[in-house]
Design a protein around this ligand. Structure first.
Ligand code: OAD
Length: 246
């Protein structure tokens, strides 16, 4: 990979790197993305499985969908793109904002992660709001219930639901404090996540995008690195090691 001078200058002086990831970073772990030709939302009615209304109407159907996804994720693991983001911490203060619910950044060992859309391995009680871990895949009972018999839901954000304020505030803080902000594998089609890179850009971050194709934010970036995250990120860290003399 040949980096331009401008980017090298930023990589030399930067302290804080903000990263926002989407489904594309986990594509090479074998996890389906949402949009595009093999995207989940092409085959599955989003309003039935990813809205509160859909869940209240048919919790069993929704849980069957999430059970299927949990099984898929449990068989997969973080790939070299996730692992490279962990390695980036050897050189910078790295904060990851992810839209993914697969938990792969945690598994890869990254230190600062905001899971903007929740985590598929957590459940939330519909009565009390209490969040707890549940790593059973496949689930023995569908829909799962709490010890007191209340209905549990996946602790993920569905369409029409607000993001947790604390996670959003923290994401905005990261974006506005980043020297370099890297957007990886997201179509940037879902708000408010999609506006986070723009906030970084407005706060003077050098905006980099890694994707196999152009997206709605590509024209605002300072650098677009076209390719699979699993290929581009390891190449990038090689260059960073050269710059840092390691
Ligand atoms: P999308 O499926 O919308 O977009 C995936 C992006 O990854 C696309 O831009 C692809 O071009 C890109 N991509 C695919 N394979 C790649 C690879 N190997 N390397 C790099 N890029 C690759 O997924 P998201 O943008 O994450 O929300 O979707 C955002 C949100 O919409 C999700 O969090 C989910 C979904 O509905 C909720 O469920 C609330």
């Amino acid at each position: 990979m040949k980096l331009d001078k401008h980017f090298i200058n930023h990589l030399t002086t930067a302290r804080n790197i903000g990263v926002m990831t989407g489904a594309g970073i986990s594509a090479d772990s074998g996890i389906a993305t949402f949009r595009g030709k093999d995207g989940l939302w092409n085959n599955i009615p989003v309003e039935k499985v990813a809205t509160l209304e859909g869940f209240l109407e048919n919790p069993e159907l929704v849980w069957k969908f999430y059970d299927m996804r949990r099984i898929e994720i449990s068989k997969a693991k973080p790939n070299h793109a996730h692992l490279t983001l962990k390695e980036l911490e050897d050189f910078y203060q790295v904060s990851i904002i992810t839209q993914n619910i697969d938990g792969f950044h945690k598994l890869a060992g990254s230190s600062n992660i905001i899971e903007l859309h929740g985590n598929i391995w957590e459940v939330r009680c519909m009565e009390t709001g209490k969040v707890s871990n549940n790593t059973e895949a496949p689930l023995t009972t569908i829909p799962p219930k709490s010890e007191t018999g209340s209905l549990l839901r996946p602790n993920v954000i569905w369409f029409g639901e607000a993001l947790p304020q604390k996670a959003l505030d923290l994401s905005l803080k990261i974006a506005s404090e980043s020297d370099i902000f890297i957007v990886i594998g997201t179509s940037a089609a879902v708000q408010p996540a999609a506006s986070i890179p723009m906030i970084a850009k407005r706060a003077n971050a050098f905006l980099v995008e890694i994707n196999i194709e152009e997206t709605q934010i590509t024209r605002f970036t300072d650098l677009f690195l076209k390719g699979k995250a699993v290929k581009v990120l390891p190449e990038l860290i090689k260059e960073i090691k050269k710059i840092k003399g390691k």
